[in-house]
Design a protein. Structure first.
Length: 426
């Protein structure tokens, strides 16, 4: 047995090569089962879960025993909607003029660490500046930096003047006419070029903005911004390259077009209604609600000068609506995957989403599953991530107390493991 310990700042990475780590777990919430299981053993070897068994199994020579008999063990959480390149501040609207992609990537390293330490061992990053999060993902994968596993979109796709057109709100000299490379498309041919460019750039998923958005410097927060043929072209191109398509949408018409075009998830979904819930179910489209961001922007809209004047009324109007939509969508049986839009609010607060979901009527176990098996399924990685079961990465969160009694205990992990190594200890 060889044990290596690397100190990276306050972070301790331990890797036990060729020996098992045996966890005696008082309460196991495995991310898949409908109920918790008491007195369980979880065995981890070389970063993977190799055994989950009832009772407290004996250890063999050389094994490391971790006593969690008075704790709850859960799978590492998955946040399906973050922006590691961004953080909210009064200066954020100046950043396109002052920061380079390298600045975004290096600052994102801090946010990645904060996210991981909050128990989020995997995230889907839905839009950055200049592919900065693709570089961040690569650095984390190589072990240069601590952070979650990242499924990165790179730069998002929009139409001219749409939410995520990178030059919205600038003066004439700076507005220019960005195209597919920068993420702006205006016909099916552009759509193919943009998706192929993202394949070349190293994206894992395609993000597009089917309607107006809250934080863009533009008037409408919810109008449709893609035509059917453009959406269908993005989906067709994405299929060619094995990408899933995640769609930002607030307004109904843009959402309807996106669902019917066959996209994989609707993000935010603010004005989703009785006509759209069945359509979501029929097409197997996932809903990623981002309640924390909705609550945060509504709160910040009340502060004079925090957002530009064109943004402020949109934030005040759209932000508070999402939680009601979420409650109705859940009751209607729409499949839900956990996502927060962290970056719109400070990174590391991602777990606040759980309490908001429960407040809106989702049972605690369902909220947990939305961040484990459901999210992993939407990623297409349920055989690798999102549950404490054999063959999965040993990405795990330990909490004190019972999240099924008080969901807020998930906001302060006792320990976080990624690939079997401790990456955070309270
Ligand atoms: Zn977002």
């Amino acid at each position: 047995m060889k044990t290596t310990i690397l100190g990276i700042g306050s972070l301790l990475l331990c890797s036990n090569v060729m020996a098992a780590t045996v966890f005696h777990v008082g309460k196991l919430i495995d991310g898949i089962s409908d109920g918790p299981r008491a007195k369980m053993t979880v065995v981890v070897e070389e970063g993977r879960i190799v055994k989950v068994a009832p009772g407290y199994l004996k250890t063999s020579d050389g094994d490391t025993l971790v006593n969690l008999k008075d704790k709850t063990l859960l799978p590492g959480f998955i946040d399906m909607h973050v922006h590691l390149a961004y953080t909210p501040s009064r200066q954020s609207y100046m950043e396109p003029f002052t920061l380079d992609p390298t600045d975004h990537a290096l600052r994102g390293a801090l946010f990645a660490k904060q996210t991981l330490e909050a128990g989020f061992t995997t995230v889907r990053d839905l839009g950055d500046a200049g592919n900065s999060v693709i570089a961040l993902r690569n650095a984390i994968d190589k072990g240069y930096l601590p952070g979650p596993r990242i499924f990165a979109a790179g730069t998002a796709l929009a139409t001219t003047g749409g939410h995520a057109d990178p030059t919205n709100g600038r003066n004439q000299a700076l507005r220019q006419d960005p195209g597919p490379k920068q993420g702006v498309i205006n016909n099916p041919e552009d759509a193919f070029k943009a998706v192929r460019q993202r394949y070349k750039d190293g994206s894992d998923v395609i993000k597009l903005t089917a309607t107006g958005g809250v934080l863009s410097v533009a008037k409408s927060g919810d109008n449709p911004q893609f035509r059917d043929e453009e959406l269908k072209a993005v989906v067709a191109a994405a299929k060619d390259y094995g990408f899933k398509v995640a769609v930002h949408a607030h307004g109904k018409e843009g959402m309807r077009r996106a669902i019917e075009a066959g996209v994989n998830s609707i993000e935010h979904g603010t004005y989703m209604d009785d006509a759209l819930y069945p359509l979501m179910k029929q097409h197997g489209t996932w809903y990623v609600p981002t309640l924390t961001a909705g609550a945060y922007v509504a709160e910040m809209a009340a502060i004079e000068g925090f957002y530009p004047e064109v943004v402020r009324p949109k934030a005040a109007r759209i932000g508070p609506k999402i939680i009601n939509t979420f409650g109705k969508a859940y009751a209607a049986g729409v499949p839900i995957a956990f996502g927060t839009d962290a970056g719109v609010f400070p990174h590391g607060d991602n777990a606040r989403e759980f309490a908001l979901m429960v407040k809106a009527g989702m049972p605690e176990m369902e909220a947990i599953k939305s961040a484990t098996v459901n999210a992993a399924t939407l990623l297409g990685a349920e055989d690798q991530l999102g549950s404490i079961s054999e063959g999965r990465y040993a990405d795990m969160v330990v909490v004190e107390g019972d999240p099924l009694e008080n969901i807020a205990v998930l906001e302060q992990p006792f320990q976080v493991y990624k690939g079997g190594s401790v990456v955070y200890q309270f």
